[in-house]
Design a protein around this ligand. Structure first.
Ligand SMILES: Nc1ncnc2c1ncn2[C@@H]1O[C@H](COP(=O)(O)OP(=O)(O)OP(=O)(O)O)[C@@H](O)[C@H]1O
Length: 857
């Protein structure tokens, strides 16, 4: 295939470009025609699949399912490619031309027509540069609308080999960066940059850690990497699954269309508040509560909480055997419980059978202590004597010793028949089974968390890990949010705590076949195996007996049925974590449990972190990713071949993205001033697009904040066509911020060189009033909700308050001011803040553009 060459001498640039576009259109038409044929083939395959069903055999049905599945996947991929099928072209030094597109297209003779962007042959499209052309003379990007090529943009990478090759384009890429944002992220498959491509195609094993300032494409890159991994390693990642985790639900809905637009529907996309099935976070904690709930010490606190005496558990067990009353008191029972927890590995909910055994051991011990066996033997002898006397009176033979003794069914007790009989008789007693159910209940994570609203119980669980103030705050927060009589209001940090509790409680063991078979098993009560809480497979159990269930057993069954937390936690082959700088140690633990054998892509910007103790979070991340395991320990494990094993160290690949594709240079200048306050040593990313539109920084009196924000939004509605984000301070509910309900806004100390003259107050009512009546393209959101999002225009309300709301307030403000692509308005009550954001000494960006900012009073 040859490239279209024009005689540029007598033509205007415009005409050359038109000719080039027309030539590319001819190729694109051929590619679409072939795509249509492939669609027809997929449909035919689908029809054939259904036809197989008519054959009717089991094998045919399986074939049909496989065929229908494959054909459906194919049809879906072909549909995705319908928009912008071909977006790139490479002219190579030897004259070869390669077209790059969303999917691979071959001619009927199997010759490549369009190369899938993820294929190795497409790599040069993203990697070639003038310094390293990799054999590419010209790289061309085709901009299309539907099936029509509307623009071209060329890069001449090797002028010496170009001959009379046409080179057209006038910044279509930069113009595309300024496009209107419609509320959902789009794929960047046609314009992936070299440094981004290196991340996307990074090795599939180990851990890929990507850092970059706001707008450098971290999220976009992570999502394209998922599409790449699923394409190149379909078998491995397709079957065991890929999980993409974002900070909140607003963010996941913002990015949810990118993967489908790349033809990938199979990755699971979850926010940190939706990782545990059946429960969902509804709100964020205040910074101080998040700090406590998210810290690693909570793992120890929760371990103690699940091993504590459960609420409502009885304090005494009393059973009678052969006229002897045997009793276990609270102290003895507590020792037993502690011992069980010490010895039990894994599931607490699965340990009820062991608890039953331990109780029987303790009862027997008590029974022997009080001389029970002797008393029982005498009673047996008296019984046998009475029976033999009656038999003799009827002229019948006396009982054997063996007949006189009931046959125990319980597991052998070292052949001690007296003990076996004791166990069997005690197990049969309703007092014993009822006690067992209440003393070692099958617990739900939510019940355990709710029980910690009791300050006394939480104090016991806290040990020395939490101070009194932290205990009071936590208990008060759960007392307010997890009331018995209301829907729980869970926070993002609560979800990680529930997952931790779930991991500690585990699921009950499955009933063994032996237990299923037992007909008169005393632990099967009304068709429910009280050791496991499961319906027992008991053929002899009549459903009508259900009516006779005691309240305890009914409750038990309801618990199993309603148990909202999944029993089997899914594990994934690859996990992508976006905005990873904000994960607490407890959230890392939650993720680690889902990726014990996974490879990872971690995307973060520490400068945007709202999390205070980044070191602790880093340690937790290393543990979750298996980065902290000493190689020597692993290597020490003997291998079967007895040859020394290679140390199983996890590979860590680190990347940095350096170009800001989101903000105009003018907006990036404001963001870099905030960054300088937050982290003086940090370097901002290089912004590439200058819009000529200066941000507006306005000082307004406190009471005017709200009307001014409305007015600024009205104004922006007339200036931009796409989305507008109105970013307000977080509302700190009094109940959350202080158990006494008094403090409205705890303020953090700011660095000396940062203005700290009073934070404007802000509350939920202000937010509601601000949002009222605006069209859908205006979103009013707080600074945490704005993470990872972008808008055509943003209004930042009261930066001084955002900065003072938490020890990481300046970093949070940095996130807020870096959301807009075209226009930024900041409303502050503080002239000092206005000055800080519009410093006279202009900030010189990396690319040499100095930005000045329009001041307004
Ligand atoms: N190569 C590219 N071509 C075109 N647009 C790009 C490219 N890379 C990034 N973008 C665009 O830049 C914007 C910012 O990208 P993205 O949200 O992925 O950045 P980020 O680094 O995750 O930002 P943040 O840290 O603020 O979340 C998006 O609109 C994205 O589509």
């Amino acid at each position: 295939m040859s490239s279209p060459v024009t005689d540029g001498s007598a033509e205007t640039t415009e005409t050359v470009k038109d000719q080039e576009i027309a030539a590319e259109q001819r190729f694109v038409d051929v590619a679409y025609a072939r795509l249509e044929e492939m669609r027809e083939d997929a449909k035919a395959l689908l029809r054939e699949g259904y036809r197989q069903a008519l054959v009717g055999t089991q094998g045919a049905l399986v074939d049909r399912d496989a065929m229908v599945h494959q054909a459906a996947l194919r049809a879906q991929a072909l549909d995705v490619a319908d928009d912008g099928l071909v977006f790139g072209r490479l002219d190579l030094a030897g004259g070869e031309v390669r077209y790059i597109g969303r999917i691979g297209v071959r001619t009927r003779d199997h010759d490549p027509l369009v190369i899938d962007w993820r294929a190795p042959a497409a790599e040069d499209f993203y990697r070639a540069t003038p310094e390293d052309p990799r054999g590419v003379v010209r790289r061309r990007v085709l901009h299309s609308r539907g099936h029509t090529v509307v623009d071209l943009e060329d890069d001449l990478l090797d002028p010496s080999a170009a001959g009379d090759m046409a080179v057209v384009g006038d910044g279509a890429f930069l113009a595309s960066l300024a496009r209107t944002r419609e509320g959902a992220m789009r794929d960047i498959v046609a314009t992936i940059q070299r440094e981004q491509d290196e991340v996307i195609r990074a090795p599939a094993d180990g851990i890929v850690l990507v850092r970059g300032a706001p707008g450098t494409g971290k999220t976009a890159v992570a999502l394209h990497r998922v599409a790449y991994l699923l394409f190149r390693h379909r078998r491995r990642f397709g079957s065991r699954g890929v999980l993409v985790v974002g900070p909140n639900r607003r963010f996941t809905s913002y990015i949810e269309r990118v993967l489908p637009s790349l033809g990938e529907e199979s990755a699971a996309l979850r926010s940190l508040g939706d990782l545990v099935d059946g429960v969902s976070a509804r709100t964020h904690d205040t910074p101080d509560l998040a700090r406590i709930k998210g810290s690693e010490v909570m793992a120890r606190v929760l371990r103690r909480a699940v091993t504590d005496h459960p609420p409502g558990a009885p304090d005494e067990l009393r059973v009678a055997y052969k006229g002897v009353v045997v009793r276990l008191d609270r102290a003895r029972l507590d020792r037993l419980r502690a011992d069980l927890h010490r010895r039990s590995r894994g599931s607490i909910n699965g340990a009820r059978a062991r608890a039953a055994e331990a109780l029987l051991d303790a009862l027997w011990e008590r029974f022997t202590d009080v001389g029970g066996p002797e008393a029982a033997a005498q009673a047996d002898q008296a019984d046998a004597g009475l029976w033999n006397a009656l038999l003799a009176a009827d002229g019948l033979a006396p009982l054997d010793e063996d007949d006189a003794r009931p046959r125990p069914r319980a597991r052998s007790r070292g052949g001690d028949a007296r003990r076996e009989e004791f166990d069997a008789r005690v197990r049969e007693q309703p007092e014993f089974t009822r006690f067992l159910v209440a003393w070692w209940p099958l617990r739900r994570p939510l019940d355990v968390l709710r029980s910690l609203a009791d300050p006394e119980r939480l104090r016991r669980a806290a040990g020395r890990d939490l101070d009194r103030d932290a205990v009071a705050r936590l208990a008060a927060s759960w007392a307010a949010s997890l009331r018995d009589d209301a829907e729980p209001v869970l926070t993002y940090q609560d979800i990680a705590l529930l997952d931790e509790i779930d991991a500690l409680l585990g699921s009950p063991p499955r009933p063994s076949p032996r237990r299923r078979a037992a007909e008169d098993d005393p632990f099967i009560v009304d068709g429910v195996d009280i050791l496991t809480g499961e319906e027992a497979a008991d053929e002899h159990w009549e459903p009508e007996i259900r009516e006779l269930t005691t309240s305890i057993e009914r409750l038990e069954r309801a618990r199993r049925v309603d148990d909202e937390v999944v029993e089997e936690r899914p594990e994934y082959a690859h996990i992508v974590v976006d905005e990873a700088q904000d994960l607490s140690p407890m959230q890392w633990r939650m993720l680690g449990r889902r990726g014990r054998h996974a490879s990872w892509t971690i995307v973060e910007d520490p400068a945007q972190s709202a999390w205070e103790d980044l070191d602790a979070a880093r340690k937790a991340m290393d543990a979750a990713l298996g980065l902290n395991k000493p190689a020597s320990r692993r290597a020490a494990r003997p291998s079967r071949s007895r040859r020394p094993r290679k140390p199983a160290v996890r590979a860590l690949y680190e990347y940095e993205l350096t170009t800001n594709y989101r903000n105009s240079t003018e907006i990036a200048a404001v963001a870099s001033r905030v960054l300088a306050m937050a982290l003086p040593e940090a370097r901002p990313a290089r912004a590439v697009r200058t819009s000529g539109i200066e941000p507006v920084i306005r000082v307004v009196p406190g009471p005017d904040l709200l009307p001014s924000a409305r007015a600024a939004t009205e104004e922006l509605l007339t200036q931009v066509e796409g989305t507008i984000g109105v970013i307000v301070p977080r509302e700190l509910a009094p109940a959350d911020s202080d158990p006494g309900g008094q403090t409205a806004l705890p303020l953090a100390a700011l660095p000396d060189d940062v203005p700290s003259d009073g934070a404007a107050s802000w509350n939920a009512a202000d937010r509601d009033r601000l949002a009222a009546g605006f069209p859908e393209r205006v979103q009013v959101l707080d600074v945490l909700e704005a993470k990872g999002l972008e808008f055509d225009a943003a209004v930042i309300v009261a930066p001084e308050t955002v900065a003072a709301q938490s020890p990481r307030g300046l970093r949070v403000l940095y996130v807020a001011v870096s959301r807009a692509t075209q226009r930024l308005t900041v409303l502050t009550t503080s002239p000092d803040w206005r000055d800080a954001l519009t410093k006279d000494e202009a900030t010189v960006m990396d690319h040499g553009v100095s930005a000045t900012v329009r001041r307004q009073e």
